[in-house]
Each structure stands twice: as C-alpha cells, then as structure tokens.
Design a protein around this ligand. Sequence first.
Ligand code: TMP
Length: 210
Amino acid sequence: MKGAFITFEGGEGAGKSTQAKRLTQRLRARGCDVVLTREPGGSAWAERLRTALLTEAGRALDPTEQAMLFAAARADHVDTLIAPALKAGQTVICDRFADSTEAYQGSAGVPTQMLSLLRLVAVGPVMPTLTLILDIAPEDGIARARGREALDPFEKDDLETQAARRAVFLDIAAREPDRCVVFDASLPADRLAEAIWPVVEARLGLAKEG
Ligand code: TMP
C-alpha cells in the first residue's frame, strides 16, 4: 500500500460528503492524485448492493445480514478500486468505510468479534491511514439531513439509535488515536474544512501552504 487512504466517518448530517469533496479539491489543487469514493458503493457491484441496502427492505434485514452485505460491497470496492489505486500511489478519500459497520450494525447488536472477522475478510490489510470523524449531536445532524434531501431509512432511525452510533464512533477514536481525529461537525462548513486541512497536511507530509 503506497498511497494514503483517508476515510470520513460520522452520523447523519455531519457534512462528510461536503468535506470529502472539499478536501479532494484542495489536495488536487496541491498536485495530489486523488480518487474520491464512497460506501456503500464505489464499484459496480457495491453500487448495486447500495441500491438494495438503502431501502426500507434493506433496513428491515437482520443487522448481521446487513453487516454481511455491507462487507460484501466493501470487499468488491477494495478489490476493484481502493487497493489498486493505493498500489498505484494515489490518495484515496472514502466517504464512510468499515467503522460505519461497527457504528451502525455493531450498535444494533452484531457482536464485535463477528464485525472484526468480517472486516478482515472484506478488507484484509487495507486500513485507513487517517480517519476523520465528524461528530455532531444526532438532533442537529438530523435537522441538517432533513433540509438537504429525502432521508434514507437509516437516517430515519430514532435519536437514541443515532446516539448509540455516535458513541461507537467516539469509542473507535479513543481506541485508535493514531488513526482517528474527531472534529466538531456543528461548525460551519468553511471552519470545519479549515480545521481538517492542517491535520491532513501534516499526516500526508505536505509542505505548508503560503
Ligand atoms: P450515506 O448516507 O453516508 O450515503 O450512507 C448510507 C447509509 O448507510 C447511512 O445511513 C449509514 C449506512 N451504513 C451502514 O449502516 N453500514 C455501513 O457499513 C455503511 C458503509 C453505511
């Protein structure tokens, strides 16, 4: 694995997609060769699974079955897009990755050991170099997501469920401080982008701008 692998994680309405796009643009402007992708999705098969998963029927599946399908989508995404790009020295930015399965399906009751096994099978040694966790209170995140577009079935879950997912993301950050950095996602998008940039700049070893 030669290129850097950066993932964005967090609850609904935290602004991951916006920040992932902004970071991609800024890195490209600095001459970095960046691939921007997302989960579930990012490859032909994974996008098919996304379509199936982000429906009421997908949401109604048992959480273990969901975890297996998200992992299957991830395995294809890693095999066909992420691993080859990293091998070619590109920087990969992914909007959600395996931590989302731990937060969403783990907080719904799938045992940690099973999730670790699925992660191993799906991604092998492909671990993010840096994970940016955008943290927001569920009520604020949902209010934002509502103003944006139609909610997917996972976004419609109650605040208690969303709070449990938030707690898992914060646990992951506490457990893996070298990989994860937590940001206050209630900040306006410009200020959040300004907070994220120096962390990425330092982690990628880019010379400071200006
Ligand atoms: P998005 O809204 O960030 O595009 O993500 C799609 C939804 O899928 C979001 O509600 C979180 C959910 N999800 C999981 O439940 N498990 C996973 O492993 C991933 C990647 C996403």
